[in-house]
Design a protein around this ligand. Structure first.
Ligand code: TXA
Ligand code: MG
Length: 316
């Protein structure tokens, strides 16, 4: 798409974005984690347009973004544990998968055939103003073509989906840079469906140990092995760079790389999470092979390593 035309899709006006959403449009907006590709969650047509734009498999359900827990309760049943989690982490980067209320005024497509809905109240000021202004719940997956690297800036959204969406509400870089943590429930016990921006340790402080999803079916259908796939090949946990490789470093870079991009020279996981997707894009535009230094598994490292493993997985 010509640069001029792409620029025309960018806006900083919350009311313009809200208007487009109420008219059934597709509007990308910033959240504290990554940009979301938003549409009216009550409209089958609008939600179907999200699946089409991303070429997202129909079996992969969408997160419904809400203002607060009061709005969420119109759509899902809260348990006491869910209540505790919401008290501790909303608004913020925690998504809860909860039983769908029978009378929920939401498109069935957001649940993709499951009897649950994933809900989250984002903390980003622009996302909050937008949800306030628009009044309706917004279905919003990450604003990237399905299986590709998530978008942490308006430019990245335009790069992947600029042809298809109506507007991008431009809020600069998404501050956390990694998606929300998704927690579901099995037999009333909380289980970690996707590690993310709220760490396991922080959640466990509030509700005790998190279980692993036990089901044979993919509990969180978005957790497919190959995801966040760059074109370049990734090699993880390297202790030596091979000839021709570019390096995604963490801490003091290993020698010998064609090009070095450092997630955090100081070895800070928060900084690394914020840089991850943008740096994968940068390397992907120039490198054929990317060596990735080890990232510790504690704190945000669990989410970072989850994304790197999917980025490195063989393509289906
Ligand atoms: O930070 C985020 O969560 C971002 C921003 C835009 O809010 N959104 C995001 O959406 O990452 P998406 O669609 O890329 O990932 C949502 C994940 C997927 O793995 C999906 O399978 C899972 O949540 N999910 C959604 N609804 C679910 C449900 N009812 N049951 C189980 N998993 C669900
Ligand atoms: Mg995604």
């Amino acid at each position: 798409m010509p640069a001029e035309e792409a620029k025309g899709r960018l806006t900083q006006s919350v009311s313009e974005a809200a208007h487009a959403l109420r008219a059934g449009g597709l509007v990308a907006f910033p959240t504290e984690t990554v940009y979301g590709l938003g549409a009216d969650a009550t409209s089958d047509r609008a939600v179907a347009a999200i699946f089409a734009a991303k070429e997202r498999p129909r079996f992969n359900p969408l997160i419904v973004h809400v203002r607060d827990s009061a709005q969420a309760k119109e759509f899902v049943e809260f348990s006491p544990i869910a209540e505790k989690l919401v008290q501790a982490f909303w608004p913020g980067p925690l998504t809860l998968v909860l039983p769908r209320r029978e009378q929920a005024k939401l498109s069935l497509l957001v649940s993709a055939g499951l009897d649950t809905v994933a809900v989250r109240a984002p903390a980003h000021p622009l996302a909050r103003s937008l949800l306030e202004a628009v009044g309706i719940p917004l279905a919003a997956p990450s604003a990237n073509p399905s299986g590709k690297v998530s978008a942490t800036s308006a430019d990245h959204v335009i790069e992947g989906l600029g042809e298809i969406l109506d507007l991008v509400l431009d809020g600069g870089s998404a501050p956390l840079g990694i998606e929300s943590t998704v927690v579901g429930f099995e037999n009333g016990k909380p289980v970690l469906l996707r590690p993310g921006a709220v760490t396991r340790a922080d959640i466990e402080k509030v509700v005790g140990p998190l279980g692993r999803p036990a089901g044979k079916a993919i509990a969180s259908p978005g957790q497919l092995a190959s995801h966040y796939a760059p074109r370049a090949r990734l090699r993880l946990n390297v202790d030596a760079v091979r000839p021709g490789e570019s390096l995604l470093a963490f801490g003091k870079p290993l020698p010998g790389a064609v090009r070095v991009v450092n997630l955090s020279a100081a070895g800070d996981l928060k900084e690394a999470a914020a840089n991850l997707f943008a740096m994968l894009r940068t390397l992907d535009n120039t490198a054929m092979a990317i060596a990735v230094m080890p990232i510790p598994q504690d704190g945000l490292g669990e989410a970072i390593n989850d994304r790197l493993m999917r980025a490195a997985a063989p393509r289906s």
